[in-house]
Design a protein around this ligand. Structure first.
Ligand code: GUN
Ligand code: ZN
Length: 444
């Protein structure tokens, strides 16, 4: 069984940071190591102790002076939009019609879906993201491509076929029955296979008829271990349109509530213009609001009110929302999150940012026993971050005097260039380690 020590400055969270320098919320080992065996973390701690535990023979991947953290987690993005990032000039509904619904039609071709899925997984990994929750296109083939590409890399991934039966081009519409049947088949095929988890995915209230939301409700009731994902309250025109389609609903959130879709496995993208009542409904049901800062700025959507979620006790997570979002990098995402909150007089501390990208997002998807931290028994999904990767960062780092400051520099100036290595179930996938891994395979 493959074993290795991953050595570096190890940082892993145990709780949500309660203040700017809440040292009880994390474990930090200046000369630390993670002992990995058979794709799992055996133990994490000081190098000297872990070395004793692992024995003299064990292979050491020495990443000093870089930071070693749990792999990053992205809780909302769209795999078919990998080549639609940076589409100019429109707000949500016009952007969807002009660019996204054109791009997504290409995914009826399995070869195209497979090629983009490969590229998508590699982009995630090169940005240090080891688990993500993604929408596929309406085509079941796109889901096969998505989970096949994840499986080939050994990644723990969540995703599902978009269901939409109105307000979309003919080529992208299913019917309530077809959406139900295809989703059911895909759940049977993928959910729980290896590291795959299925997300039942009615796109949003605008593109689903009441009949399709009823079918979604049936799927959720029949498959309680699946996730559910949709979009909520991202843009003012969207809200007006959605609520006009469901006049009986109290508000946008109530549309989903009426179809029994809100539960603690539900991820709701954006949640910008919610009333206190709506945030309270999310709090009561345990549904998670997903903050997508680069997307919300790029599409001119608005500012996520994090403090209101916290005040009303509602859960929230962070995500890139590629391709409304402009980067696969969770570091760049947290940079924009900081600015979005700052504009509203709210603070995001560096420890909170790194908590959110790891344990916080793992908790949002209920997978904290497996991912998001480096406790013994966790999956060995690990990212190695180099705070000196860019010359401007290296220059800035010369004046940094604390871990807190370093994390803030990483988040504010960092991107994929800072990801020196990424391990998926203990296997190196990016840096020099990938070449070694390949040589080992070739000579085996
Ligand atoms: N609402 C419905 N579909 C989408 C999408 O693909 N991206 C974003 N940002 N919002 C949506
Ligand atoms: Zn989205």
């Amino acid at each position: 069984m493959s074993e290795r020590l991953i050595r570096g400055r190890v940082l892993t969270f145990v709780a949500e940071p309660q203040g700017i320098d809440d040292t009880a919320s994390y474990r930090y080992f200046e000369d630390g190591a993670v002992f990995v065996r058979g794709g799992k973390v055996v133990e994490t701690g000081n190098y000297a102790d872990i070395r004793k535990l692992a024995g003299a023979e064990v292979e050491v991947a020495d990443h000093r002076p870089n930071l070693v953290l749990p792999g990053l987690i992205d809780t909302h993005l769209h795999f078919p939009q990998t080549q639609a990032i940076a589409s100019y000039g429109a707000q949500l509904l016009e952007w969807l019609n002009t660019y996204v619904f054109v791009e997504e039609q290409k995914f009826s071709r399995p070869a195209h879906a497979a090629a983009v899925a490969d590229r998508f997984m590699d982009e995630l990994l090169s940005n240090g993201t080891t688990t993500a929750v993604a929408y596929c296109s309406v085509h079941p083939e796109s889901v096969d491509a998505y989970f096949s590409a994840a499986e080939a890399r050994g990644m723990r991934m969540i995703g599902g076929k978009v269901m939409m039966d109105r307000n979309a081009p003919d080529a992208l519409r299913d019917t309530p029955q077809q959406g139900y049947d295809e989703t059911k088949r895909l759940i049977e095929k993928w959910h729980g296979r290896g590291r795959a988890h299925y997300a039942i995915s009615p796109r949003f209230a605008i593109t689903s008829t009441p009949e399709q939301l009823e079918m979604s409700q049936a799927l959720v009731a029949e498959h309680p271990s699946c996730y559910v994902q949709t979009h909520l309250s991202e843009n003012r025109d969207e809200i007006a349109f959605a609520t006009s389609l469901y006049p009986e609903a109290k508000d946008y959130t109530d549309i989903y509530a009426r179809y029994g879709l809100l539960n603690d496995r539900m991820l709701l993208g954006h949640c910008i213009y919610l009333s206190d009542r709506e945030v309270s409904v999310l709090a009561e049901t345990g549904a998670v609001g997903v903050f997508c800062p680069t997307s919300n700025l790029f599409l001119g959507s608005g500012l996520f009110d994090r403090d209101r979620f916290d005040r009303l006790g509602a859960r929230w997570s962070v995500a890139t929302d590629v391709g409304g979002g402009t980067s696969f990098s969770m570091l760049e995402t947290m940079d924009e999150a900081y600015k979005v909150l700052h504009l509203q007089g709210q603070r995001l501390t560096p420890f909170s940012s790194f908590y959110r990208m790891t344990l916080g997002n793992a908790r949002a998807v209920g997978l904290e026993n497996h991912i998001g931290s480096l406790h013994s028994g966790a999956d060995a999904d690990i990212v190695v971050l180099d705070s000196n990767a860019k010359s401007a960062m290296e220059y800035r780092m010369r004046t940094a005097t604390s871990l807190l400051e370093e994390l803030f520099i990483l988040q504010t100036m960092g991107d994929d260039r800072c990801v020196a290595e990424v391990y998926v179930a203990g296997k190196a996938m990016k840096g020099k380690g990938k070449a070694v891994e390949k040589r080992v395979l070739e000579t085996a």
